[in-house]
Ligand binder design. Structure first.
Ligand SMILES: Cc1ncc(COP(=O)(O)O)c(C=O)c1O
Length: 435
């Protein structure tokens, strides 16, 4: 039987099950940074920093970058499996569309706030073709400069200071960061290894759902590789309707599935559009993470609020990128299927290599990562440090994705199979009697 698994994050001295920001302390009020040493000719002055800044956690990927660079500076030949940066290139027809778009005079002007009609229509057609979901381009879709931008816009549109956001542990770190910026509280629901790293939403106390303003889901999951089931989405929609909260599904890895059935959209669930919002990204489907493009899909009433935030705070998606993105969305998605197959092959190479080193990669249904159980007796942080110091393989400690990750590290699949093979061999060789 599934045990009670919703849990607090950082321990709050007042015994609350939720926390704000990084320290488990309210972030309201003003803090003052230390006086800066005066540069010549300048007067040193105190900087009055907004209280919310103290509640925003450090970005774990930036922290990891520093460690990797230090190891490289010390002469280590590091195999960097810490990052989620696509290593390939977009299909040729998208590059051609971008080149044509660069010369299009219409693209010299500012883009429309909501996105180019042709891009939004392409997104609507993609939803209809891939998922059987009908969306009205002008009122139910919004172009954003990546799913990450959409995530923060939706959170800012929905969350007031003190509002409760429920997220699944482990989680993509931006959910925590954006909630901290909005000064919301977080309630974590643990993904259950015995349920294929899905949460048991039914086991969460009613009072949590009563208080919740937003539930965040992400499948295929970063970091675990879990895949959503229709039942999970149906349960989330049922709870959202009963308790009046919104379900945000981060679908950044749409199309990147390893199973016979492709990953499903939240919006395929009957009634999901009444309570749901989905974030899609071009970054991973078409290997254009540097172009910055994605889209938000939800009903017009919620979209109106998201657009208020979007129109005041966001950089719009470059018109050239929207034209090339439309070419990708309008295509038959063969390039995305080929990409998913490539990642599945890499996952198997890494899994088999690590098993020869006595290590167990969690079964994955898609996405860009392997979720590796650390050997008994090790912490995730110590194991990540050991991997960098001995076989010189960079990984992200699992607890950077939440406390449920404390027995895992995350390894990226975004290097060729030969490099993954070499990484696993190095680990096997360096192992000695370490476990
Ligand atoms: C789960 C997840 N969501 C969102 C994003 C952000 O994607 P984008 O590049 O579209 O902003 C990422 C990027 O790695 C991700 O892994």
């Amino acid at each position: 039987m599934a045990q009670q698994h919703d849990r607090e994050h950082d321990r709050d001295p007042r015994g609350s099950r939720e926390y704000r920001g990084t320290q488990g302390e309210p972030t309201a009020g003003r803090s003052v940074a230390s006086p800066v040493a005066p540069a010549s000719g300048r007067v040193a002055t105190e900087v009055a920093i907004a209280g919310r800044v103290g509640g925003i956690p450090a970005n774990p990927f930036a922290v990891s970058d520093v460690r990797v660079r230090k190891a490289q500076a010390a002469g280590a030949d590091v195999i960097d499996l810490s990052k989620g940066n696509p290593d390939g290139e977009p299909p040729e027809f998208m590059l051609d569309a971008a080149v044509t778009a660069v010369r299009d005079r219409a693209n010299f002007r500012y883009p429309a706030f909501a996105g180019k009609p042709a891009f939004l229509q392409a997104a609507a057609r993609w939803y209809a073709r891939q998922y059987g979901v009908a969306l009205e381009p002008a009122s139910e879709l919004l172009a954003v400069a990546g799913a990450g931008v959409g995530i923060s816009e939706v959170i800012e549109a929905l969350i007031d200071p003190g509002d409760l956001v429920v997220m699944i542990d482990p989680y993509y770190p931006q959910y925590r960061g954006s909630t901290a910026v909005a000064q919301g509280r977080i309630h974590l629901v643990e993904a259950q290894p015995e349920l294929g790293f899905l949460p048991d939403l039914q086991a969460v106390p009613e009072r949590v759902w009563d208080e919740a303003k937003l539930l965040i889901l992400n499948y295929p999951n970063n970091p675990t590789g879990a895949a959503a089931t229709p039942e999970l989405f149906a349960m989330a929609v049922r709870l959202a309707k009963a308790h009046h909260f919104t379900v945000m599904h981060d679908f950044a890895y749409a199309g990147i599935g390893f199973d016979a059935h492709p990953p499903i959209s939240l919006l395929q669930t009957p009634g999901a559009l009444d309570v749901g919002v989905e974030l899609c990204s071009l970054s991973k489907m078409y290997m254009v993470a540097g172009w910055r493009a994605g889209f938000v899909a939800c009903r017009p009433e919620l979209m109106a609020a998201v657009r208020v935030v979007h129109e005041q705070t966001s950089l719009l998606v470059t018109s050239v990128v929207q034209d090339a993105g439309a070419a990708g969305l309008n295509s038959d998605q063969a390039s995305v299927r080929a990409l998913a197959e490539r990642y599945a092959g890499r996952y198997e190479t890494l899994r088999d290599g690590l098993s020869r080193a006595g290590l167990e990669l969690v079964p994955s249904h898609g996405g860009l990562f392997g979720w590796l159980r650390v050997p008994d007796g090790w912490s995730d942080q110590d194991f990540a440090l050991w991997l960098l110091a001995h076989p010189h393989v960079a990984a992200i400690p699992g607890s950077d994705f939440g406390p449920a990750g404390a027995s895992y590290v995350r390894l990226s699949l975004l290097v060729p199979e030969s490099v993954l093979h070499r990484a696993a061999e190095r680990i096997a060789r360096a192992r000695g009697d370490a476990w």
